[in-house]
Design a protein around this ligand. Structure first.
Ligand SMILES: C[S@@+](CC[C@H](N)C(=O)[O-])C[C@H]1O[C@@H](n2cnc3c(N)ncnc32)[C@H](O)[C@@H]1O
Length: 269
């Protein structure tokens, strides 16, 4: 399998290493979120917002919300927005954003294990934005989400596109070229220290995440009682192409994000 030097397959779970890593890298992540033209803003966020649709009067739960930009946006649309994240510094940032936006969020510290605490049929939408890679038990997480949803409810998911996880950049005479990893079907837990996982002294912060195929996400949803309503591999918006053509060209070469929307399967209610 072709992998970047800073990535290696490991035995065992992703959590709690991943949780500790996000705690240590919280400031870096907030700096990434504050950038006007980061790849989430260029590509993932507009596509996810289109998937979510009308939010007025809905009760929403954002799992692994971090700074909770979706919850702030949903609350601005008139939703009662709830959020959950294990990293205190990210929740603090979420509180700050909500205050600045003049909206109220119901935030709670904790990871996916806290899903068990909410009552049945409590939410109209459960969001898992850019966080399922850090969750070890996808099946039970989706079963809990299904239990928490009203009969018309749905889950919305964004993840690093499985074709894109651990891509390799290669220097050519024309500049940097993106090489896609080999071994697409090689799923499992990987330890890595790419991207924002560096401390203030430049030392690596080891993080663990799951590399899963599209089939694994889809099958886990179906197994938990969902029907797939939409699958998106979003291109950048025209404004995105103007702001950062290099990122958008790379995304066009191999998509950065996979989005899924799945409704409760009425046949299994
Ligand atoms: C890439 S960040 C995404 C944050 C936010 N959802 C966003 O889109 O900006 C990954 C998030 O997953 C959270 N996380 C990691 N492990 C988790 C777990 N087991 N349960 C819930 N959240 C978790 C981290 O604290 C972090 O906020």
């Amino acid at each position: 399998m072709l992998l970047p030097p800073s990535v290696r397959p490991v035995e065992g779970p992703a959590d709690p290493t991943s949780r500790e890593a996000w705690t240590r890298a919280a400031d870096n992540y907030l700096a990434h979120c504050a950038r006007a033209a980061n790849w989430n803003k260029l590509i993932e966020i507009p596509a996810m917002r289109r998937l979510l649709g009308e939010a007025r009067g809905k009760r929403t739960l954002e799992v692994g919300c971090g700074p909770a930009h979706y919850s702030v946006w949903l609350a601005q649309q008139g939703a009662e927005a709830w959020g959950l994240d294990p990293v205190a510094a990210l929740l603090e940032a979420a509180r700050g954003s909500a205050e600045a936006a003049g909206v109220e969020l119901r935030l709670r510290p904790g990871g996916v294990e806290c899903l068990a605490d909410y009552p049945d049929a409590h939410f109209d939408m459960v969001l898992f934005p850019m966080m399922l890679e850090y969750v070890d038990d996808l099946a039970s997480t989706f079963r809990q989400a299904n239990r928490l949803l009203t009969a018309e409810g749905f889950v919305a998911i964004s993840v690093v596109h499985p074709m894109r996880s651990f891509n390799v950049k290669h220097e050519t005479e024309e500049g940097e070229e993106l090489r896609i990893v080999s071994g697409y079907l090689h799923s499992g837990v990987f330890e890595w220290s790419q991207w924002i996982m560096r401390d203030a002294d430049g030392n690596d912060i080891p993080c663990r995440s799951h590399r899963r195929t599209i089939e694994e996400y889809v099958e886990a949803l179906i197994g938990a009682g969902f029907l797939i309503e939409a699958l998106r591999e979003p291109d950048a918006s025209p404004e995105g192409w103007l702001l950062d053509p290099r990122t958008c060209r790379e995304n066009h070469h191999c998509p950065n994000f996979l989005l899924l929307k799945a409704a409760k399967d009425a046949r299994r209610l």
